[in-house]
Design a protein around this ligand. Structure first.
Ligand code: PGA
Length: 250
């Protein structure tokens, strides 16, 4: 059985007080759920969020990014071992905003993925096509190339620690969602891409999340698709009620 995962990517939102308030609100909404629930606050608030939720087994605090080097002269960056040292076990890598604004490439992401796994972290690896790619009918080529370049250096065992997040760039923060059928078609293609390289057992064990304008009113239909194992939620993760409505959409 693949895990259902709903992860909230808070991006560059919420200072310390707002982080504490949102966590308090999340705890009020919390019900037992079979899904894994995660939140990704900004670096400055990770430690506080982790401490606050330490006793709480139901929400995992995760990071939005990390550097591939272990340490050194990389001003402004944070390493996997630093994240581990404050209890963080999971990191989002390759978000389209990191690719677009911070020049991340699948080549550099391959190094980040390797560094995270070398530190026994779990990776939520994000990828997805841009609007012009979809209009040109190239979305499968783009997605296959992103996965192959960033992940195909891994051995089959590594996929126990990999979660995939398909996020079509044209659907992120735009209110434009891939239709449930578009999401399902792409998720099935992603699973086939994995199966061709690693075999069906690996492909069927990896959770593939959908991200891009998932809201309480569309989550149920998207999550009902057989190859959609959860969501990476941006805007709607900043309101506890909306986030839990999405968590409870499974
Ligand atoms: P959105 O963001 O839900 O606001 O579209 C999703 C994401 O960027 O992970």
């Amino acid at each position: 059985m693949r895990k259902h995962i709903v992860a909230g990517n808070w991006k560059m939102n919420n200072d310390l007080a707002q982080t504490e308030n949102l966590i308090t609100d999340l705890r009020k909404q919390m019900k037992t759920s079979d899904s894994e629930v995660m939140i990704a606050p900004s670096f400055t608030n990770l430690w506080q969020a982790f401490q606050t939720l330490r006793e709480d087994e139901t929400i995992e605090v995760i990071a939005q990014n990390m550097h591939f080097a272990e340490s050194g002269a990389y001003t402004g960056e944070v390493s996997a071992s630093m994240l581990k040292s404050i209890g963080i076990q999971t990191v989002i890598l390759g978000h389209s905003e990191r690719r677009a604004y911070f020049n991340e490439t699948d080549e550099s992401l391959a190094k980040k993925v390797a560094a995270a796994l070398a530190n026994d972290m779990r990776v939520i690896f994000c990828f997805g096509e841009e609007l012009q790619d979809r209009k040109a009918g190239k979305e499968e080529n783009i997605v296959a190339s992103q996965i192959k370049t960033a992940l195909f250096h891994l051995d089959a065992n590594a996929y126990k620690h990999i979660v995939l997040a398909y996020e079509p760039v044209w659907a992120i923060g735009t209110g434009e969602t891939a239709s449930p059928d578009q999401a399902q078609d792409m998720h099935a293609f992603i699973r086939k891409t994995l199966a061709d390289k690693y075999g069906g057992d690996v492909a069927n064990s990896v959770s593939i999340l959908y991200g891009g304008s998932v809201k309480p009113n569309n989550a149920k239909e998207i999550f009902s698709k057989p190859d959609v194992d959860g969501g990476l939620i941006g805007g709607a993760s900043l309101k506890a009620e909306d986030f839990y409505a999405i968590v409870n959409a499974f």
